[in-house]
Design a protein. Structure first.
Length: 225
């Protein structure tokens, strides 16, 4: 008995099976979840610690090392990698596969929160559990033969970032590369003392909307603001 003869004899059964398979496929097409990326839980946690304008050497001693020592007590931790720069320390924690990352994230957050009062004043931290939804889905590179890197970064932060952030469905836009503009202020301590000002007054004036010249006018009585 060949295949054609067998199919001819059982054509009603085959047609029925094909209809059942088609209906099952149509039902699955409308009920299966749809996502841009598959849900994959990586055993990795990213930590960003911000301590203002602390120099890199002090960040390593006062922030990075204490945090690393604190989180090493979390069960399942395999490796800690950290990169420290001025005012910022970024850490990547790798855990054993199969570790409950939700529990591990809570334990890491608890350890850093317990350590936070002993870190420099104003230190903040951010913890992210790495998964496919964290990685960017689009990246743009800006280059120029005439503009310096600082100017390119400034354009990206002031013009492109607001435009991209306003697009519906965009969750976060991050600018990477180059270095943010940094201004160094050299203070004449003798003149500052003669005006009746302290270094903290200069810091507050630079942080607030009031310029330093207005601060001097206020203290000298010429044009109090």
């Amino acid at each position: 008995m060949n295949l054609a003869l067998w199919a001819s004899q059982h054509r009603r059964s085959l047609i029925f099976l094909l209809l059942v398979a088609a209906l099952a496929g149509a039902a699955a097409a409308f009920s299966l979840p749809v996502a841009l990326f598959p849900q994959v839980s990586f055993p990795r946690i990213a930590i960003t610690v911000d301590a203002g304008d602390q120099p890199a050497s002090q960040m390593i001693t006062l922030v990075a090392r204490p945090v690393e020592q604190a989180i090493k007590s979390v069960p399942g931790l395999v490796e800690v990698r950290s990169t420290t720069s001025r005012g910022t320390s970024e850490m990547s924690l790798n855990f054993d596969w199969g570790t409950d990352m939700s529990v591990a994230t809570l334990k890491v957050q608890a350890e850093i929160s317990r350590l936070l009062p002993s870190l420099p004043q104003g230190t903040t931290f951010d913890i992210r559990q790495m998964n496919t939804n964290v990685f960017p889905v689009a990246a743009y590179s800006l280059t120029s033969d005439k503009l310096p890197l600082l100017k390119i970064r400034e354009l990206a932060e002031t013009e492109l970032l607001p435009l991209l952030s306003s697009i519906r469905g965009v969750q976060r836009v991050e600018v990477l590369g180059s270095a943010p503009r940094e201004v160094r202020v050299d203070v004449d301590q003798v003149r500052l003392t003669s005006l009746g000002l302290a270094l903290d007054d200069v810091v507050k004036a630079l942080q607030g909307p009031m310029c330093f010249r207005q601060l001097v006018w206020c203290r000298t009585g010429t044009n109090c603001c």
